[in-house]
Ligand binder design. Structure first.
Ligand code: ZN
Length: 481
């Protein structure tokens, strides 16, 4: 195979892309299609929300599928901290004399809440309509869980023996809740999921425009999440006698400073690669600006212009934004307390505590407290010193397999790294020292991202092509050459 450089991609100008439609669906045999369909439907129809759902039911259903397909019971574990939040860990045994450490695939089984009255269809019913599958989790991310289970069974039926173990962990509480499965497994049963690297199809994928494939993006790093409570307290008093020292004004002044003071522009290997490749797909001022921020020194005017776009802005720096406020206790009383939630998405290399101290310095107001709020809503004086990991080096085996299978299924599209601006379970595996890559074979239109939203859906063809993609990708990764 032709050697490609670190971020080497075949950057193809948009105008020269021809004959790009995915062509592999027809290669999926009927039995695999039926199996994939049935598993996907089963997963969508098991409610796994934190409020009333049950992740264990989904984990057990997938465990049963694997047992029925001939996986030994000793290699299938359903385990977790409580009855509703058990995780499935399945080990596909590789060659017994392999010296290679396993590959881990992680996928969350839980889904974001969805109300029937908000949706056109029942979110917990698997509905095929107008060329799409509808249901909560059809994008995020039961689609990929179904694909992984299908491909495990398919490879098993073929008698395929990978050159190392492949571990599949389908887990709880990525979207919320107190029992994050990846975190729990790493802390309590690391031996079950320890691996050389992890693949997490919760991010990345093929971006299409009206069905036309534009690029294969994969996540190579992600930002760190943190909430901060900015609060002021005051003795208050009668509102007919206002004083300059007012809890609401203290908080509002701080937020106004935050609005006007963006965090500094930064680049790392991943975002450098992202903008390098993205520039090749853009034209005019945007393309020029992307090149200008990569120059040494970077052009500040170009940084400012790109920062007008929310996605680029979030890729260029740490962001902190006010998301909630609560203040006062009566219309005719001076406020005794005002508080705001500031949500930060921290650029790799910085810690929560470092950003908290940045906020304290920016606000420069001794009447304010700035405290860290944990995922379970506990308030702490300090944030953690743990940092969003600096991106791990791109594993050449993973990159070669990704490029080769992408070129086969979507010929001619560039493959490029991205920094996930949200957060996924990869943050846990990365912090545990397991390099993690967000690789997904689902093609979605860039204006049809409905994860967490109403009428979540995936094109039927994308699903079956995704089945094909992971099957080929895993085999490519684990076949001795
Ligand atoms: Zn997700």
């Amino acid at each position: 195979m032709k050697h490609l450089s670190y971020f080497g991609v075949i950057a193809v100008a948009a105008g020269t892309m021809i004959a790009l439609s995915a062509r592999s669906t027809s290669q999926t045999d009927e039995a695999t299609r039926t199996l994939a369909h049935d598993i996907f439907k089963q997963l969508i129809e098991i409610n796994t929300t934190d409020s009333v759902g049950n992740v264990t039911t989904a984990a057990q259903a997938m465990a049963q599928r694997l047992l029925d397909a001939g996986f030994p019971a000793a290699d299938i574990t359903v385990i977790g901290p409580n009855d509703r939040k058990r995780n499935l860990v399945a080990r596909y045994r590789g060659h017994p004399h392999s010296k290679k450490k396993p590959i881990l695939i992680i996928g969350h089984l839980d889904v974001v809440e969805a109300r029937r009255e908000d949706w056109t269809t029942d979110p917990f019913e698997f509905v095929e309509k107008d060329g799409y599958y509808y249901g909560r989790g059809t994008q995020d991310m039961k689609v990929s869980d179904a694909i992984a289970v299908t491909d495990f069974i398919r490879m098993k039926h073929e008698g395929f023996v990978p050159d190392r173990d492949i571990i599949l962990a389908l887990t709880a509480d990525e979207e919320g809740g107190k029992s994050n499965g990846v975190d729990w497994l790493l802390k309590n049963h690391r031996e079950l999921i320890d691996a050389e690297f992890a693949l997490n199809p919760d991010s990345g994928g093929v971006v299409t425009d009206h069905g036309k494939p534009l690029s294969m993006e994969f996540e190579a790093t992600e930002k760190l999440y943190a909430d901060f409570q900015v609060a002021a307290t005051n003795p208050g008093g009668h509102s007919s006698l206002p004083k300059p020292d007012n809890a609401i004004y203290h908080v509002v002044d701080a937020l106004a400073k935050l609005e006007r003071a963006p965090f500094p522009f930064e680049l790392n290997d991943v975002t450098r690669g992202y903008f390098t490749q993205m520039a090749a797909t853009q034209t005019g001022q945007t393309a020029a600006d992307m090149r200008a921020i990569l120059a040494n020194p970077p052009d500040p005017a170009a940084v400012d212009r790109l920062s007008q776009d929310a996605r680029y802005n979030s890729t260029l720096r740490t962001t902190c934004v006010a998301t909630m406020m609560n203040a006062g206790h009566a219309p005719n009383a001076l406020p005794q307390r005002a508080e705001a939630n500031v949500n930060c998405r921290i650029f790799p290399g910085h810690s929560q505590e470092e950003i908290r101290l940045d906020l304290v310095k920016l606000f420069d107001d001794s009447k304010l407290t700035v405290r860290y709020v944990s995922d379970s809503k506990e308030v702490f004086e300090h944030g953690s010193d743990r940092q969003a990991m600096v991106p791990p080096p791109l594993n050449p085996e993973v990159m070669n397999a990704l490029r080769s299978v992408t070129a086969k299924i979507w010929p001619g599209i560039p493959v490029f790294p991205e920094m996930e601006t949200g957060a996924s379970d990869s943050i846990y595996t990365m912090m545990a020292g397991i390099p993690s890559y967000g690789i997904c074979g689902i093609a979605l239109d860039r204006d049809d991202v409905r994860a967490h939203g109403k009428d979540e859906r995936v094109p039927v063809q994308s699903f079956y092509t995704g089945v094909e993609f992971y099957y080929e990708f895993l085999k490519k990764l684990t076949t001795r050459s």
